[in-house]
Design a binder for this molecule. Structure first.
Ligand SMILES: N[C@@H](CCC(=O)N[C@@H](CS)C(=O)NCC(=O)O)C(=O)O
Length: 243
């Protein structure tokens, strides 16, 4: 059975990491049996989660995990899409992963109030005497990463302006379709669902969240995806599961 190494449920989400949520969704879509395991971060081959272990093979990174699942199990997440649709799906996916992701990180890690009720919790298992030092060190590393990536060099208003474009593009493209590419879920829905949930997560206060909340179709989409893939949950990211 596949083992998905994850952070574990948090902040009202199946996982705080949209990348872990994406992979869980892909495994659900592929209808493959899997179990989740927390505590694998120290052994992560690329120093990041998620990674999976499948029959003794370890695969890190959500995109490579997807390709592994497609190849090994003969799953085609995009079987009904043509080349143009696949290109569009890829571009949206990478916009979420390489741009919106850093907005989410900025919201959760840089804003003091969000940090205290969010990522600070990750450090609770560290012995109290060294906890403040480790917490400050990791937070500083995140700031450096955000600066290196570029988002950390923008003002909060500039970050919001960029995020508003991305959230708007997702909402406009989704429009009134049931799923991102049409009437049935495809691979890109795993990513879109994970990142839209991440943005809408009511645990955190953020202006990007307020922008997303104004797009009703995003909330209905999360509800629809929740009903389909997390039938035991009545709602996710504050969006009621669609009947
Ligand atoms: N490209 C990777 C990104 C994974 C990623 O950024 N994971 C974050 C959590 S959301 C992580 O583990 N960060 C830990 C670190 O950078 O130290 C993927 O698609 O899986």
């Amino acid at each position: 059975m596949i083992t998905l190494y994850s952070f574990g449920a948090g902040f009202g989400l199946p996982d705080p990491s949209p990348f872990v949520m994406k992979v869980e969704l892909l495994l659900k879509m592929a209808q493959l049996p899997y179990r989740t395991e927390t505590g694998g971060f120290g052994k992560a081959p690329k120093g990041k989660l998620p990674y999976i272990e499948d029959d003794g093979i370890v695969i890190p990174d959500s995109t490579f995990i997807r390709w592994h699942v497609e190849k090994k199990y003969g799953v085609d997440f995009d079987k009904d899409l043509d080349a143009r649709q696949k290109s569009t799906a890829w571009a949206f996916e990478k916009m979420a992963e390489d741009q919106l992701y850093w907005v989410i990180i900025d919201d959760r890690w840089i804003d003091d109030a969000n940090f205290r009720k969010g990522p600070a919790k990750f450090f609770e298992r560290i012995p109290a005497p060294i906890r403040p030092i480790v917490t400050a060190m990791v937070r500083r590393k995140l700031r450096t990463t955000l600066h290196g990536q570029g988002t950390g060099r923008h003002s909060q208003d500039e970050i919001l302006a960029l995020a508003t474009r991305s959230v708007g593009a997702i909402a406009d493209f989704l429009d009134d379709k049931p799923f991102f590419m049409g009437s049935e879920p495809t691979g890109v829905d795993a990513t879109m669902f994970a990142f839209v949930c991440g943005v809408l997560c009511p645990h955190f206060e953020s202006r990007t969240r307020a922008v997303a909340e104004r797009r009703d179709n995003l909330r209905r989409y999360v509800g629809r995806m929740t009903a389909r893939f997390y039938p035991d949950l009545s709602e996710l990211a504050g969006c009621k599961a669609a009947a």
